[in-house]
Design a protein around this ligand. Sequence first.
Ligand code: SF4
Ligand code: SF4
Length: 163
Amino acid sequence: MAEKRNEKPSIDIFEVLLEASKEKKRAKREHLLKSVGVKEFFEEGSIKIDMKTCKGIECQFCIKVCPSKALYWKAGEIGITEDLCVYCASCVLSCMVDDCIEVRRKRRNGENERFTNPLHVLTLMNSINARNRMKVIESILPDEGAYLKRYRRPISESEEEKK
Ligand code: SF4
Ligand code: SF4
C-alpha cells in the first residue's frame, strides 16, 4: 500500500504580497480622503481637465489643493497622474472655471456622482451635513413623545390659575 503523504495546503506567496500591497494602498487612499473631509472610499472614478478653458499658469489652484499630488505642472499645462487620484473633488471645488475639471466617481451603494463646478460639490456637502444633522437629532429625539418630554414647558402655576 502506498504511503500517504502529509500534504500541506499550498500558499501563493505572490498573491499574499499582492493582497497586502492592495490593503496598504487602500489605507493610504482612505487617509488622503479623510484629510479633506471625505469619509467614503471610491473604488472607481475618473478625472479630466479641459486644457482649452484652464487658466493654467495664472491659477494652478487645483495643484495646491490636491491631497494626493495627482496634479502637477508640466510643460505649460496641468498634468494628471490618474493612478494617484482619490476622486475627492477638492480640485473642482477650487477651480474658478465651470466645467473645466470633471471628476466622476462610483459610491459604495452603486450611485454614480459627477462634479464639474464648485456648486455640485457644495450641494453634496450640504446634503451630507443635513443628513448627519438629522441622524443626530433622530438619535436624541426618536419620536414625538421624546420631543415633547424634552421641550414641553411645564405649565406654570399662574397659567393654571387662569384656567
Ligand atoms: S479629485 Fe482632484 S484634488 Fe482630488 S485627488 Fe483627484 S486630482 Fe486631486
Ligand atoms: S484650478 Fe481650474 S483653471 Fe485653475 S489651473 Fe486648475 S484646472 Fe486650470
